[in-house]
Design a protein around this ligand. Structure first.
Ligand SMILES: [Zn+2]
Length: 571
């Protein structure tokens, strides 16, 4: 935490003169750290905002203040760093074995130590089995080495996809940032065990679908197999998974890693309205955008929920905790610019809303500090989940059939950078989080008339709901039916054309296509509605002139018309 950071800064200053300016054997210490620990953390002098953001585009910045920054180098990125000539100092990790590791599942579930990989798997199953009425274990996917990436769904009727906003909490996408891992297991146990006690946990689990993924990068955390000894930030290919998401800014994106692909599929399936990604290395709530210095359309809302998180922490924490930057809150790009982060991907590409919470200056929080971190953050985490209950919401359905529609929900004159949201394909449900004010939400869906409705968000605890029924667009206006014969259009055609008989021809008909010598090419029976043309598709026939005929069954007059197929006509 903060005091530990001060000590490490003093140690750095002592070593500073010895290491800086040393060119002989440059990179040897980095290579040695890679061999021993799987990654090398290097401390550099803060180079200024622009240079810092340029560095962040090439290397993983794992912490950064106005004086210095720590870059975490993997075997993939270390050679590039060594070639830069930037002065650095290698920071050696503390060994975590023994000090951190629980000896049993029961000890791990006191939440004062770190579980082994096998303990973790058992804990997740235990929570699901102990509270099956509100809890279900799911698998997001698998790491490169085949470890399951687990998530607990905590909600009343967990097996059903209900009309409730989905919320996801996730930690340890950086495998060496440990605190959030234990916080989320403990939060899952808390929500499940308190879900019928009539308090906040019950209102959250009954009103929301809460997904908890304590460990997004198991290969990084359990690099040493079953016990956390020297955890690393990246996955087993050396990629920083929180720089690996598709990003419109990145010209040559890194290859999508298995963990990223599986997480994207999971998020596309579940469409989280609100989510959070827990990290360590600083103590601050970081909200979009990380990639752009311009504001998100809902910057006021993002700032407020982040502010409320940090302010609630301050009520319970020791002084000085989570006070970094603007008293524990920052817009990402104000700190430094990164691309490929999950927060921006979810917010930009999936219509969700995600913030990043840096929980502890110390990435490997000692077991003895975990209790304090829980006490300082747990109310804020619960309140953050609760933010998903507010704003504007409801369902969008087809006014005729009542079927749910996936409609685009946007606010003209307000939205930018894909800040609109979509209603859920399966349930038609939508949720739009907004700062207090009056907003006109417009709902559009192909094939339907657009609709707008006003939502008055009175305060931060307002939920304004309206069920929107979209009218199917008016049918296409057809030409008037002919008095006699057939109206065929267009002439010529590509082979796709319409045949409109007189209005009196209704019911079963026989349609026949012949060539000009009278040989039948095709004949079939169909049903005619008065005034509605019969669509025909003969686009595979050679071009030329054909005769089409329609006879109303059983014994109506034979109506004929000429068809000209010309391959130069498209469509
Ligand atoms: Zn991190």
């Amino acid at each position: 935490m903060k005091h530990l950071f001060v000590i490490s800064a003093v140690l750095f200053l002592l070593a500073y003169s010895r290491v800086y300016g040393q060119d002989q054997g440059r990179g040897d210490d980095i290579r040695e750290a890679l061999n021993r620990f799987g990654q090398a953390e290097v401390l550099i002098e803060y180079p200024g905002y622009d240079a810092m953001s340029r560095l962040a585009a090439r290397f993983s910045v794992s912490s950064c203040d106005g004086r210095e920054a720590v870059l975490t180098l993997s075997p993939l990125t270390a050679p590039d760093f060594i070639s830069t000539g930037i002065d650095y100092k290698v920071m050696l990790p503390r060994e975590t074995k023994g000090f951190y590791t629980a000896s049993s599942v029961a000890e791990a579930m006191q939440w004062l130590s770190y579980p082994t990989w096998k303990h973790y798997d058992t804990i997740m199953h235990n929570i699901a089995q102990t509270w099956p009425e509100v809890c279900m274990l799911d698998t997001i996917g698998f790491s490169i080495s085949g470890r399951a990436i687990l998530a607990l769904k905590i909600s009343d009727n967990p097996a059903a996809d209900e009309q409730e906003p989905a919320v996801m909490l996730s930690a340890a996408i950086h495998g060496d940032e440990l605190a959030g891992y234990v916080m989320l297991m403990r939060l899952a146990e808390y929500l499940a065990s308190e879900s019928s006690n009539g308090g906040l946990a019950e209102s959250l689990t009954s009103g929301l679908e809460i997904w908890i993924n304590p460990l997004a990068n198991p290969d990084g955390m359990y690099r040493d197999n079953d016990t956390i000894i020297y955890p690393v930030r990246s996955n087993s290919n050396g990629y920083d998974l929180n720089r690996n998401f598709p990003d419109p800014v990145t010209a040559s994106p890194p290859p999508l890693q298995k963990e990223t692909r599986d997480m994207i599929s999971f998020m596309e399936k579940n469409r989280f309205a609100l989510s959070v990604n827990l990290h360590s290395g600083a103590e601050v709530v970081n909200y979009p955008w990380d990639r752009w210095t311009r504001l998100h359309a809902d910057d006021t809302w993002f700032y407020d929920i982040s502010r409320r998180y940090a302010d609630t922490v301050h009520i319970y924490s020791d002084p000085g905790y989570m006070t970094f930057l603007d008293d524990g809150v920052t817009r990402g790009s104000v700190w430094y610019v990164i691309t490929g982060g999950r927060q921006d991907f979810i917010t930009y590409s999936l219509g969700g809303r995600e913030v990043t919470i840096e929980m502890d200056e110390t990435k490997q929080t000692p077991g003895s500090d975990l209790e304090a971190l829980w006490n300082w953050n747990s109310r804020s985490l619960l309140r953050y989940i609760g933010e998903a209950l507010y704003g504007a919401g409801g369902t969008v359905t087809d006014a005729t059939s009542g079927n749910p529609l996936s409609a685009k929900v946007f606010i003209a004159g307000h939205d930018s950078d894909s800040s609109h949201v979509y209603s859920d394909t399966l349930t038609g449900e939508f949720r739009r989080y907004l700062a207090p004010g009056t907003y006109s939400l417009t709902f559009t869906c192909p094939g339907y008339e657009p609709w707008s409705a006003n939502y008055d968000i009175v305060n931060w605890n307002s939920f304004v709901s309206a069920d929107i029924r979209l009218e199917p667009e008016e049918h296409i206006i057809y030409p008037d039916p002919p008095v006699s014969g057939l109206l065929i259009y267009p002439i010529p055609s590509s082979g796709k054309f319409m045949v409109l008989p007189p209005a009196s021809v209704e019911g079963d008909i026989i349609v026949t296509l012949m060539n000009v010598t009278g040989s039948v090419i095709d004949t079939y029976q169909t049903t005619a509605q008065s005034g509605i043309p019969v669509p025909c598709d003969y686009s595979k026939l050679p071009q030329g002139v054909y005769i089409i005929s329609v006879r109303k069954l059983p014994d109506g007059p034979l109506l004929r018309g000429k068809v000209i197929i010309n391959r130069l006509i498209s469509g």
